[in-house]
Design a binder for this molecule. Structure first.
Ligand code: ITT
Length: 204
């Protein structure tokens, strides 16, 4: 069965490939499914779930393939949960990951010690059938805190400034396999994977 990975984000796509390495499942990118390179879904929701559903539905309808979408972001307690669903756009449109990191660090209250900069990564993953009906949605989390001294070069996005509490290393210092084990995306996809396996069996 073909499954469209409904994302334009290369980092997410690479992680999804490992997390969804299931016998009989062929992962297809939007380009491979014939969508134009500028195909995009307007993320008008105010929650991760709403945006994941918007993406899963519109990508499935556009390709007539089952689609899995991820909407994710970073919630920083000292910033009242920002940037949250606006993690990509928070610092303005079309910025680099480094620009977004610097922008976020500049917003942190100067008096808070690093250990108090509690944060978490959140991912909502939604599965839609080829008719664009959402059949399953799950959420995943990763608890940690922000460091003002970025470390590591793996991963993408805010990974270099997010310290994973469980291992006391930044997400960007983790190998790909370690990130899958601890990350919000790993958590969310692991939760939805049994459903995808079941759906796959029902299609044979
Ligand atoms: P798609 O909508 O095409 O999937 P996107 O990058 O626009 O790609 P989102 O709207 O879900 O995805 O925005 C998520 C942003 O949150 C992403 O661009 C990163 O800045 C950040 N983010 C999400 N997951 C992350 C991770 O695992 N590591 C670091 N940053 C992450």
């Amino acid at each position: 069965m073909k499954l469209l990975v409904a994302t334009n984000n290369r980092g997410k796509l690479a992680e999804m490939r490992t997390l969804l390495n299931l016998p009989g499942l062929e992962l297809v990118t939007p380009l491979e499914a014939g969508l134009p390179a500028d195909f995009d879904v307007e993320e008008t929701g105010t929650t991760f779930e709403e945006n994941a559903i918007l993406k899963a539905v519109q990508y499935a309808q556009a390709t007539h393939l089952p689609a899995l979408a991820d909407d994710s972001g970073l919630e920083v307690e000292a910033l009242d949960g920002q940037p949250g669903v606006y993690s990509k756009r928070f610092a303005g449109e079309d910025k680099t990951d480094q620009y977004r990191i610097d922008f976020l660090l500049a917003k942190l209250p100067a008096d808070l010690p690093e250990g108090a900069l509690t944060a978490r990564f959140v991912a909502a993953v939604a599965f839609a059938n080829p008719a664009g009906e959402v059949l399953k949605i799950e959420k995943g989390f990763c608890e940690g805190h922000i460091t003002r001294h970025q470390r590591g070069t793996n991963g993408f996005g805010y990974d270099p400034i997010f310290v994973v509490n469980a291992v006391n290393r930044t997400m960007a210092e983790l190998s790909a396999a370690e990130k899958d084990l601890y990350s919000h995306r790993g958590d969310g996809v692991t939760r939805i994977r049994p459903f995808i396996e079941q759906y796959l069996k029902s299609q044979i």
